[in-house]
Design a protein around this ligand. Structure first.
Ligand code: ATP
Ligand code: MG
Length: 544
């Protein structure tokens, strides 16, 4: 069996430049593809390698001067594999002890390459068992994200490691980011390694979502009905789609901070003094600041400015913009009613999963405002909980790991915002408090460098812009070869994963998000959960 997979032997190489292997006569050099995985069996280690180049060689240069003619098949066959032969260049990516027991206490499992195999070590095509040794065997906390481009073996992600750090899904529009995110969320929900809060800007994660191929795919609520709850900011839109959310979120003016408004500086075109002026209003009216400011008439505003030394123009511009942009938002109330928001937080603390749909409010302003308000609350609570745990050392007090998914992440995490918002703090340091982000974005170059360098795992589909590609590799060593690989990706459903949750960077064909996937991931796929959202209403008529 192994002989069938044998490709050739290592003849030359160095740790820095990689290895060269001479191919056996039997195989065709045309079967060798750049990017294919091979295994080199050394004396003490197996080396898991990638083919980086394919070459033609001749042992005797005279043959090249007098080559066999086209019809001299016999002569060609005689030469092939002895005088003329193919070579491959391979780059060792990881090494594994051949006999872990005899390995002088070194840790089992894949390790970074620190040496090279001996002369004439045999090269094999990597098989499923090799992939399992590298990417892990099937198990609770492993998730199949896809397959390598030329093989039908699973690439597995370590979910426990995945949720330990903040992560990113990048790629230009239409490359499959939302689908990859859906796959990852399914994996995390199924394994139970973290609770999820999804800020679902385009209402595509909770219920059915329409694809570019003109069919519908299932949402998380349909695959995990008991573990996922869907809240909405727009009951009207949910009704129109025939969806019954578990609750409607409203937010009180008294829950909005100056920070939330500062985050919207671009959307509202605020000048820098606006925030200073707002702070003066907060000093005076505390939690009631926003309502009081919006209610001020011209005279009241001038009087306030005189009394508090605020700039009249800047404060009245701020007031005008807040009235114009916040007043019309139907989910904002004068005072917090808070129940739905409390429920959301309570569910997350219990390890459940919440999708927050924005319905028609898919403009950036409401999205950023709401996401920031909720995240700020989560942020504070998780810090308190962790402090309680550190004091009591009681496992029951340990805060539930939480992953927060945001789209259009660069708007929350650009250089300026990353310093001001809870999102910035979470991306930089909240893993210590068990909160991490799943950033979904098509413009990674807009994200603050410090945030990018903190990302644990990056999953990147096709990107064309050089700045975006540079951003992906912020803080990654040896990225020049990876850049080439990234450039070779298809425009859809292929991506490269690198970082904390995988032992080595690898390009993969994304797993299909289809009925076969539903059946594999969800015990409900065959039952009522394959119904559409509308049929759900019919099954539960009293729910209306
Ligand atoms: N894993 C997958 N399984 C099935 N179909 C997929 C998968 N990935 C991508 N697709 C197809 O590609 C289309 C685009 O994918 P998706 O909506 O995830 O792109 P996107 O990167 O999120 O785009 P945008 O930036 O515009 O939101 C989908 O509508 C679907 O038809
Ligand atoms: Mg998308």
């Amino acid at each position: 069996m192994e002989q069938e997979r044998r490709l050739g032997i290592v003849v030359r190489g160095s740790l820095s430049a990689g290895l060269e292997a001479r191919l056996d006569g039997a195989g065709s050099v045309e079967d060798m593809r750049v990017g294919k995985f091979v295994k080199v069996r050394g004396e003490k280690h197996d080396f898991f390698c990638l083919i980086t180049d394919v070459l033609l060689h001749a042992a005797n240069e005279n043959v090249l001067a007098a080559p066999p003619l086209e019809d001299e098949q016999f002569l060609r066959q005689v030469l092939a594999g002895t005088t003329t032969f193919g070579m491959i260049q391979v780059q060792p990516m990881l090494m594994l002890a051949r006999d872990p027991a005899a390995d002088e206490g070194e840790a089992e499992g894949p390790r970074p390459v620190k040496t090279i195999p001996t002369h004439f070590s045999t090269v094999f095509v990597a098989d499923e068992a090799d992939f399992e040794r590298v990417f892990g065997a099937p198990g609770e906390d492993r998730f199949e994200l896809g397959t390598p481009l030329d093989m039908e073996v699973p690439i597995r992600l370590n979910l426990r490691r995945f949720v330990e750090r903040s992560n990113g899904v990048f790629g230009k529009s239409g490359t499959g980011k939302s689908f990859l995110t859906r796959l990852l969320l399914c994996g995390v929900i199924k394994s139970g390694v973290a609770a999820n809060l999804v800020f679902d800007m385009h209402s595509e994660y909770g219920w059915d979502s329409h694809t570019e191929d003109r069919h519908f795919v299932k949402g998380l609520k349909q695959l995990f009905p008991a573990r996922v709850t869907v809240y909405t900011l727009d009951m009207e839109s949910a009704r129109k789609r025939g969806v019954r959310p578990d609750g409607e979120i409203t937010i009180g003016y008294d829950e909005i901070d100056v920070d939330d408004v500062a985050l919207l500086h671009e959307e509202l075109r605020l000048n820098p003094t606006a925030v200073e002026s707002a702070n003066l209003v907060v000093e005076e009216y505390k939690g009631d600041w926003l309502r009081r400011l919006m209610e001020m008439d011209g005279e009241g505003l001038r009087a306030f400015c005189t009394a508090h030394g605020a700039n009249v123009e800047s404060l009245s511009a701020l007031r005008r913009k807040l009235v114009a942009h916040l007043k019309p938002l139907p989910f904002l109330r004068e005072r917090a009613e808070g129940r739905a928001l409390d429920q959301v937080i309570a569910r997350l603390r219990q390890g459940e999963h919440v999708v927050l749909e924005f319905g028609q409010h898919r403009r950036l302003l409401p999205y950023m405002l709401v996401a920031n308000i909720i995240t700020r609350r989560v942020h504070g609570l998780w810090i308190n909980q962790m402090e309680r745990f550190l004091q009591s050392k009681d496992e029951a007090d340990r805060p539930t790991p939480l992953m927060i998914t945001i789209e259009e992440a660069h708007r929350f995490l650009d250089h300026e915002a990353a310093r001001q918002t809870s999102f910035g703090t979470i991306a930089r340091e909240m893993r210590k408090f068990n909160v991490t982000l799943l950033i979904v974005d098509q413009r990674p170059s807009g994200i603050d460098d410090e945030v990018l360098s903190q990302l644990g795992t990056r999953i990147t589909a096709q990107l064309n812009d050089d700045q975006d590609i540079d951003a992906i590799f912020t803080g990654v060593s040896g990225s020049s070869k990876l850049r080439q690989t990234l450039a070779s990706l298809d425009s859809r459903e292929q991506a490269m994963i690198l970082g904390h949750a995988v032992p080595m960077p690898v390009v993969f064909q994304a797993r299909k998000y289809d009925t076969a996937f539903y059946a594999a991931i969800s015990p409900f796929a065959e039952e009522r959960e394959l119904v559409t959202a509308r049929a759900y209403e019919e099954l539960f008529p009293d729910a209306e």
